[in-house]
Design a protein around this ligand. Structure first.
Ligand code: NAD
Length: 316
């Protein structure tokens, strides 16, 4: 099975590459990554050293001439590459549209021209916008509220149209917040850990009462791999339904470091708009045999240990 994967040297991408490499023993991976601030080749060096099964190309997803010929007749192409941080998207929204929407469109079109058999777009629950009560299922309409989620929603709308006019074999996965090692220390969990490692206070937007669910990068990768093996198409929410307020996460991490939360949590100005709660319904994927195996609270010690040992990997 020949698999093309973009953004493979980033946080989620590197976990997904591991899952595809170890769980699909005959797979051959072609990994493409621009290597932005969020990526590190060390995240996949253990895979890339197997030259028979793994090849890496450093390129921008937009420059299709750099990968076009190499993906001819591939079985699967998975688009993980993205600019992924909401805070950055407010000040640099054009870059987000360029990579996440135009880049994704160029990726779909190139896959189509090269007769790739199946395309997977890694999307996010943020495309639905906030949900104060209940949860969104896959049929609900998209209502993104920031430049990041808007660029991801736009990519979905383009790729979905391919299903009709080219009869393409397409799968879209919408994950909720993902946690794990290798995540760039700008998102809440790694940012809180690395701040405390440097004896600086954690920064929390607004009141800290925003609610999020967290799924492990491994669970997310296992879900994608299962959908791929079962040859599923359409849209699937993938998530964990355990809810945490941002402040609860910060306080838990403070406690693990033995730090006084009154001194080590700073409340900073909120985003121009900050979705108060995300919630996705995961019945559809559960019905076909997937459910989360990991839990954030069980995994936090291991993640903290990883950042202690690897903080030098990040230019922060
Ligand atoms: P990340 O920012 O950690 O990694 C993104 C990767 O894409 C990096 O390796 C980067 O170098 C690469 N990249 C960026 N622009 C590129 C370009 N123009 N060409 C080629 N490569 C490029 O992001 P992540 O958290 O690993 O997210 C991966 C995907 O999962 C994204 O599509 C994101 O929207 C989606 N997602 C993330 C989360 C989350 O909580 N992190 C949740 C749901 C969905």
């Amino acid at each position: 099975m020949k698999i093309f994967i973009t953004g493979g040297a980033g946080f989620i991408g590197s976990h997904l590459c591991e899952e595809l490499y170890y769980k699909i023993p005959n797979s051959k991976l072609l990994i493409l990554d621009k290597i932005t601030y969020a990526a590190n080749l060390k995240f996949i060096s253990h895979l890339v050293k197997d030259k028979k099964r793994v090849k890496f190309i450093r390129a921008d997803i937009i420059d299709s001439f750099k990968y076009k010929k190499q993906i001819n007749n591939f079985d699967i192409a998975i688009n993980v590459a993205a600019e992924s941080h909401v805070d950055r998207s407010f000040n640099n929204s054009i870059l987000f549209t360029k990579t996440n929407t135009l880049g994704a469109h160029i990726f779909f079109q190139t896959c189509l021209e090269q007769k790739v058999k199946k395309i997977i777009q890694v999307s996010t629950d943020e495309v639905y916008g906030e949900k104060l009560n209940g949860s969104f299922n896959e049929q609900n309409h998209l209502n993104p509220t920031n430049p990041y989620s808007a660029s991801k929603a736009a990519a979905e709308i383009i790729i979905k149209s391919y299903k009709y006019h080219f009869k393409s074999n397409i799968l879209i996965v919408r994950g909720n917040n993902i946690y794990g090692k290798r995540q760039f220390p700008e998102k809440l969990i790694p940012s809180s850990i690395t701040k405390l490692l440097k004896n600086k206070p954690i920064e929390i937007h607004g009141s800290g009462k925003h609610v999020r669910c967290y799924l492990s990068a491994k669970d997310f990768s296992r879900a994608i791999c299962m959908l791929l093996k079962k040859n599923k198409t359409g849209v699937f929410n993938i998530g964990n339904n355990k809810y945490y307020k941002n402040i609860e996460i910060a306080e838990t991490i403070c406690k693990k470091f033995g730090k006084d939360k009154k001194k080590f949590i700073n409340f900073i100005k909120d985003r121009p708009f900050n979705d108060r709660r995300y919630s996705i319904n995961i019945k559809k994927i559960k019905k076909i045999g997937w459910q989360p195996q990991d839990s954030l609270m069980n995994d936090l010690n291991e993640i903290i240990k990883w950042y202690k040992n690897n903080i030098k990997l990040f230019k922060i």
